[in-house]
Ligand binder design. Structure first.
Ligand code: HEM
Length: 171
């Protein structure tokens, strides 16, 4: 019970806080985007008490700001380390011996100019303009917030509920 609680607190708090601080940092440095987000939220909700999970989930600009915040500063920078199973393993055509520790740093993916157009600045609209000349070639699936498959994040729904509510209140 103690160990499980400890895992949930560590896995669930640092990750969300890092992601939110990073997003807020980029919003503060981009006042036009901060103003646009605030306007969208105030248009959708008359009072702070009206914030509820399901209408917040349906606010496109809030979601793309959070996606871009996550791209800019992934809260699991160590990636998802794995040990190659018995026999050997192949990743992207490269063979690794059994027992080898392999990992991919999340920021190498989320800031790569081979994957993202104009990869270093904060562009929430890249998530809306999937067919634009600029952002149309972005490989959005390259980012997997919650990991994939069997060991993926059990807190992903809670995370999105949390970060939407908190950011909406902050702006
Ligand atoms: C921005 C917030 C979060 C991010 C970016 C995140 C990311 C991840 C990732 C990438 C994994 C998979 C690691 C792997 O494949 O080795 C993971 C696993 C996990 N996450 Fe999260 N997480 C977040 C929030 C949370 C929250 C709120 C909780 C719980 C309250 C949580 C609990 C866990 C647990 C227990 C695992 C291990 C699952 C397993 O191995 O079966 N996470 N998380």
């Amino acid at each position: 019970m103690l160990a499980t609680s400890s895992v949930l607190i560590v896995a669930g708090s640092e990750t969300s806080i890092t992601m939110l601080s990073c997003t807020m940092n980029h919003l503060v440095q981009n006042p036009d985007k901060m103003a646009l987000l605030a306007a969208k939220i105030r248009k959708a909700f008359k009072r702070e008490d009206d914030f509820a999970l399901s209408p917040l989930r349906d606010l496109p600009y809030l979601n793309v700001v959070l996606n871009e915040g996550l791209r800019m500063c992934n809260s699991t920078p160590v990636g998802a380390p794995r040990v190659v199973p018995p026999g050997c393993g192949t990743v992207s055509g490269v063979r690794f011996p059994e027992g080898e520790f392999i990992n991919m740093h999340s920021l190498t993916v989320s800031r790569s100019p081979k994957i993202w157009y104009d990869s270093n600045p904060f562009h929430p609209k890249r998530w809306l303009e999937k067919k634009s000349a600029e952002f149309g070639m972005d490989q959005q699936n390259a980012i997997q917030l919650s990991g994939v498959d069997l060991r993926s994040c059990i807190g992903r729904l809670l995370t999105w509920a949390e970060i939407r509510l908190i950011l909406a209140r902050l702006v």
